[in-house]
Every structure is written in C-alpha cells, then in structure tokens.
Design a protein around this ligand. Structure first.
Ligand SMILES: C[S@@+](CC[C@H](N)C(=O)[O-])C[C@H]1O[C@@H](n2cnc3c(N)ncnc32)[C@H](O)[C@@H]1O
Length: 205
C-alpha cells in the first residue's frame, strides 16, 4: 500500500525531462530494461520511461506511489502492451515471496525514504536466480564532492521529489545481500551514476 500525497510540480518536471533524455540515457535504459525476462516488477516507474524498452512477452507489473506520476504515465502507456500498473510502496511490497524473475529500479533508490527496506523487499519477492536491474546516481567519490552533495541535499530533496544526491547506493545494494554484476560507472549531468544487475546471494528456499 502507498499513502503518498505526491509531488505535482516534480512529476511535471520529470515528465518533461523524460521526454528530453539524451540518446546515451535512452540507450542505457534500452540495455537495462531489454534484459528483463519473465515476470517483471518495476518499482517507482515514474512516467514510464522504461516501457518502450521492455522485451516482448514479459509479464509486467509496475508500482508507483505518486498519483501525479501515475496520472502522467498513463498518457505514455504503449497501446500495444499489457502493463499492470498499481499504486504501491517499494518498502512494503504487496506481493508474495519469490514471485518475480526481474525487478527494475531506475533512479529510484535515491528517492525511496528507506532504500534498505526496499532492497530487503526486492530480495524477498525475487525468485531464486532472479535479478535486480538498476541504474542510479550516487554520491561523489572525492571528499570535496561529498561535502558539496551533502550540503545541497536538503534543498535538492525538497525540489526534487525527495531525491538524495548523496547516497552510496552501490554499497547499500551490496550490504543488502546482492552480488553486483556488469557494473558500469557513468554520469548523469554532474552526478556519478552506476548501472548493472544484482543477484541476491545466499537465497535458499
Ligand atoms: C526520479 S523519479 C524516477 C522515475 C523512473 N524510475 C525513471 O527512471 O524515470 C523517482 C521515482 O521514485 C518514486 N518513489 C518514491 N518513493 C517510492 C517508494 N517508496 N516506492 C516506490 N517508488 C517510489 C517516485 O514517486 C518517482 O516516480
């Protein structure tokens, strides 16, 4: 369940930004979402920027807690796809254990209030052998960069729909019990970014 009041202005801004992503960013989404298979859960689908890149035949469920994002996303819904779109919170997923082959999360662990809780839930709902496909901007590596991102975080978060530019998300994914593969380091504007796939380690059911 989700009780998000939403961020109307941020959803409008994100919708605009999504329509103006660079070719490189679109290619990254295509590479990532194109690896989805089987039963797929996307957490925080925003305005649906990954939808054009989903392989044919996947069984897609998307959750998005922000009503303004959901409202905008349906305008971009592909006519030829069947997408199960729901309200929902990645920190408390309303799905049984081991029910998805793939989880997609892009630019979302920066915003979820408790990313550790979300990753715990992702682990729970992934089938053995399942994968988390991720793309996230992350904290700077340099001391000065970390100080700068820490300083701008309160204001950034207020105008950016709760986004935190100073999260060490790679470390958080690994600490949550995932092994990261195919890690790629890049940038989103001024921010370092990471993308790749993560598999739960030590899952025995
Ligand atoms: C920066 S937007 C990214 C949207 C989309 N994933 C993309 O790649 O374009 C962050 C998204 O995370 C969503 N979000 C925030 N808290 C969440 C939560 N607890 N569970 C799931 N999604 C959440 C927001 O509503 C928003 O749609």
């Amino acid at each position: 369940m989700s009780s998000s009041a939403g961020h109307r202005r941020f959803a409008a801004a994100w919708d605009w930004l999504a329509r103006h992503e660079s070719a490189r960013e679109r290619r990254l989404r295509a590479r990532l979402a194109g690896q989805a298979s089987g039963r797929v859960l996307e957490i925080g689908y925003g305005v649906g920027s990954n939808w054009p890149h989903l392989p044919a035949g996947v069984e897609y469920v998307g959750i998005e807690p922000d009503p303004y994002m959901r409202e905008r996303a349906v305008r971009h819904r592909p006519a030829d796809r069947s997408l199960d779109l729901r309200d929902g919170d990645a920190q408390a997923l309303d799905f049984p254990d081991a029910s998805f082959d793939t989880v997609i999360g892009t630019l979302v662990l920066c915003t979820i209030p408790d990313p550790v809780a979300a990753l715990r839930e992702i682990r729970r709902v992934l089938k053995p052998g399942g994968r988390l496909l991720f793309w996230e901007h992350v904290n700077a590596r340099s001391r000065l960069g970390r100080i700068a991102l820490g300083a701008v975080t309160p204001l950034w978060s207020r105008v950016g729909g709760g986004c935190h530019p100073n999260r060490d998300t790679l470390e958080t994914i690994e600490a949550a019990g995932f092994a990261v593969h195919d890690l790629r380091i890049g940038r989103i504007g001024p921010l370092p970014s990471i993308s790749g796939l993560a598999r739960p380690v030590g899952v025995e059911r």
